[in-house]
Write a protein that binds this ligand. Sequence first.
Ligand code: GLU
Length: 472
Amino acid sequence: MSTQTEYSFFDAVSASFDKAAKFTAWDPGILEQIKQCNSVYRMFFPVRIGDKIEVIKAYRVQHSHHKTPCKGGIRFATSVNLDEVMALAALMTYKCAIVNVPFGGAKGGINIDPKKYTPYELEKITRRYTHELIKKNFIGPGTDVPAPDYGTGEREMSWILDTYMSMRPGEIDGLGCVTGKPVSQGGVRGRREATGLGVFYGIKEICSMPDLMQKAGLDTGIKGKRVIVQGLGNVGYHAAKFFREGGAIIVGLAEFEGAIYNPTGLNEEEVVKHRKKEGTILNFPGAENILYSADALERECDILIPAALENVINGENASRIKAKIIGEAANGPLTPDADEIFIKKGVLVVPDMYLNAGGVTVSYFEWLKNLSHVRYGRMEKRFTENQNSIILEQIEQLTGKQVRAAERQLIMHGADEADLVYSGLEETMIGATREIIDVWKSNPEIPDMRTAAYVVAINKVGTSYSELGIFP
Ligand code: GLU
């Protein structure tokens, strides 16, 4: 195993790719083209912070143009470097392919610690970054569409949108230049919780498969499963929420300052409130403190959800992990060494590029909404409700019985935007799960679910290259 400093995330993604490529029939040239990052843009720009001028280093990488626009988040973190952005852009290509989102993969990053800047300074940095992207044609509804990632959210997306719109006035589809926007600025309902919800839908589907559960030594279903979540950001928080609401027990929550553990269950909402008030996750009433956060990953649980950063489970700690299922909500939380250990231990690793694809799936719904200039459900909601009302009346007349008020409401309800986004996401996650599992089962040589997911992705990207006539 390489040491932390030598570790290359892009090499890790390439290693997983190569492992899977052997199970496909594509020409080596096509495989090479799929693997490479097509366009890499590294920039430096000056921003006045207080009385000093700071030179900011940032990136945007477009991994694949087999479909356009390119798509992927923008991260603000001090860990941002070219290798990381390239790896994350590549994962976006495979992720989009798996969930049938017709985009190429991209990723961006600014090497800053967002906590060190005021909102005003962050706005200046974000706007200047957007200018740089516009200048080089690295942003636009038909070319490259950023979104939130680690350290960014709706606020940053609305700054990006505003900068873009002011530079491209009158562009009719301009709203589609970025996703993850606030609903008031052209965002879509359900985008905020989409990644965490997708993680839940994916794991729920996995847990409904009797053969997989038998192998893992677990009962089917989510109910009663003990879950540890690492990271209480947007993804981890919502994943914890949906697991708890689905009947799982959140036994552990980890943040960078420490972790807490309670075998009888934690409520993520209470924990977030406590953290806001006390400035730390530690000392939560009724829970045990774990001072070294990474130790939380090794505690007793059925499902472990790393939802923070890459490389947190590696050759060093993987053998001590007790979870039977690991759901990669973050991008790249496991190194290839960890994968090998889990294959030997029989731990089911549910891979990032499929499991956390809920975010980009709903980003796709947002982009479609922006291009169509109409809210989901606007045209059909009332029509459905009127139809349902006629059907109900007829049933009541024919049977002579009255439907109860609560059921009446459920039956009458026409789908609104949130309903449609949730069901579109659920359908996407269930479909992707089954497709990957089918490929995995079709070839006993495929060692793990990650490799099966890569096989699915490579086949789809390869096919679309041949459909474009680029490769006969
Ligand atoms: N940053 C998210 C991801 O890694 C979302 C990307 C998007 O919505 O474009 O999948």
